[in-house]
Design a protein around this ligand. Structure first.
Ligand code: ZN
Length: 134
């Protein structure tokens, strides 16, 4: 019994990491799947998903600061839309994550959270969550 859920996330500025852990846990609960996997997929080219620490907000700050240094906003890019940095950052981060579900809970580590990462906001982003029992 596989279930697909889609929800939207409003991103506040050009670059941001939005913690979507609670929302994902909510759809896992809604699915009634006790044991299985949850695949998160981001159907965009300038936003992505990652898992990292959600205890200290400075981690997000440092993460975005360093991403902006490694992939600067302007660097003689050719892409006419002017958002090459966002495309590159998104592919580096990746568009999906797979998380184990055990006893109806996401089996994340104590300090782990799931983040939608925005690199060309503010926008409204879609998040797909496919929940597979097994
Ligand atoms: Zn573009």
């Amino acid at each position: 019994m596989d279930k697909l859920y889609t929800f939207t996330v409003k991103t506040p500025q050009t670059t941001a990491m939005i913690d979507i852990t609670d929302k994902v846990q909510e759809v896992v609960r809604e699915s009634n799947v006790k044991d299985g996997i949850c695949i998160i997929f981001i159907p965009h080219t300038t936003a992505a998903v990652t898992i990292n620490e959600n205890a200290d907000p400075d981690v997000v700050h440092d993460f975005l600061m360093e991403m902006n240094k490694v992939i600067p906003f302007s660097d003689g890019y050719r892409h006419m839309e002017g958002n090459s940095a966002a495309h590159i950052k998104s592919s580096l981060m990746g568009f999906s994550e797979t998380i184990i579900i055990k006893d109806s809970r996401l089996r994340l580590g104590t300090w782990q959270g799931i983040y939608l990462t925005e690199f060309d906001g503010p926008r409204v982003r879609k998040v797909h969550a496919k929940i597979i029992e097994g």
